[in-house]
Design a binder for this molecule. Structure first.
Ligand SMILES: [Zn+2]
Length: 270
């Protein structure tokens, strides 16, 4: 039975049978893989808390002939991102990155750059005073490395680079379109202000480690969230946890309910 050993990040997990879990990982060497953790829900499980979403671990799996699911043999936690779990905004941002990395890559396809962007994004969210913005910027990085970088330097329909009118964002075209071409788009395309375009271009040129230095105005931030959310939904083909509208200052009950909603999405069956 071949053994696989690889660094991994837990994307999600769900209950399986009486005492087991099925866990989806994004791994450095084998991309997205799913495995069964036998006995993971027992009190004295050897897996402990290592199968919680976002945990970065060293993973050992083995293949069982005739079964598409791996068996999870061992997980050694490298970092569990405890401070992400104390803020709803951070949990939501981390969930967006985990869902996106899983949605834009195929099972078993190693995409090391996406793995690193996911891991760097989780680290940046953990250290960030502004997790929603940090998550949005790292969503762009994951899209970039998965081959879906939006093009914001021309009209993606007629290829015109300079035109005097307004610009719009077409998720279907994968970037900006001009005011003439937007009339032929089948779905609504939001307008993109010159300031937001400039911000986008700057973010797309910057190194990963410098992204947290960007501080857009509230107006740019709202445009940015709308564009990224539309595009991610188009690329990933399904709704993602919302970037906005969740705030840790909400009343405790609503906070707990929202946390459990996000948690439910993370452990929902595929
Ligand atoms: Zn055009």
């Amino acid at each position: 039975m071949p053994l696989l050993k690889t660094p991994a990040v837990v994307l999600k997990s769900r209950k399986w049978g009486d005492a087991d879990r099925i866990v989806t990982f994004f791994t450095l060497k084998h991309g997205k893989v799913r495995g069964v953790a036998r006995g993971a829900r027992r009190m004295k499980s050897r897996f402990g808390s290592s199968l919680e979403p976002f945990v970065h671990c060293d993973l050992v799996l083995f293949e069982k002939p005739g079964d598409t699911l791996y068996r999870i043999s061992q997980t050694d936690i490298s970092h569990a991102f405890p401070s992400i779990r104390t803020s709803l905004e951070a949990i939501t941002g981390a969930a967006r990155l985990a869902n996106l990395a899983g949605a834009v890559t195929a099972d078993g396809d190693a995409v090391p750059h996406v793995f690193h962007a996911l891991l760097e994004g989780l680290r940046a969210i953990e250290d960030s005073g502004d997790p929603a913005l940090t998550a949005a910027l790292y969503e762009l990085e994951i899209l970039r490395f998965a081959g879906y970088l939006p093009h914001m330097d021309r009209c993606n329909a007629c290829q015109e680079r300079t035109h005097g009118g307004a610009w719009f964002f077409s998720p279907r075209a994968g970037g900006t379109v001009c005011s003439a071409c937007v009339r032929r788009e089948p779905v609504r395309c939001p307008s993109v202000s010159p300031a937001c375009l400039a911000f986008f271009r700057q973010a797309l040129r910057m190194e990963l480690s410098l992204l947290p230095r960007l501080k857009p105005t509230a107006a740019i931030r709202n445009e940015l969230y709308e564009v990224i959310e539309l595009y991610v939904e188009c690329v990933a083909g399904r709704r993602m946890p919302r970037a906005q509208g969740l705030c840790a200052a909400e009343p405790k009950r609503a906070y707990r309910r929202a946390v459990s909603d996000v948690g439910a999405q993370l452990i929902a069956p595929r």
